[in-house]
Design a protein around this ligand. Structure first.
Ligand SMILES: [Cu+2]
Length: 127
């Protein structure tokens, strides 16, 4: 019975890992709406992150977008970061992010609009 329980618990954990939801976060800053998403669930290794910007419900494609993911220093582990510039593809800003380990990663999204202003949004993701 004990072994059966262990097997069941193991299956539950495996199920959660395989079926973790893709990224989807929405917010707004300085009058812009921001959507951060991924088609697949986030994994250790390479991930495509999609950033969409909107102004008054219209899609915004004239900005320059950068995103930095980082994990603070922890005992036995140095500070880690991955920073990239997103490319505009079909109205969406896309970038590949490499997560070197699981856990919580903080991010700082920066987008520069045509008026020269830089807007910053912070958040975090889990994997
Ligand atoms: Cu870490």
């Amino acid at each position: 019975m004990k072994n059966l329980f262990k097997l069941f618990a193991g299956l539950l954990i495996a199920f959660n890992l395989v079926h973790a939801d893709p990224l989807l976060q929405e917010g707004s800053k300085d009058g812009y709406d921001i959507k951060l998403s991924s088609e697949k669930s986030l994994v250790v290794g390479s991930n495509e992150i999609v950033i969409e910007l909107f102004k008054d419900e219209a899609i915004l494609t004239s900005a320059k977008v950068k995103i930095k993911f980082y994990m603070p220093e922890m005992p036995g582990m140095p500070y880690m970061e991955d920073e990239s510039k997103a490319k505009l593809i079909d109205g969406k800003y896309k970038t590949n992010v490499n997560f070197s380990m699981g856990g919580t990663w903080q991010y700082q999204l920066k987008f520069k609009t045509e008026d020269g202003k830089v807007h910053k949004v912070r958040g975090s993701v889990n994997l």
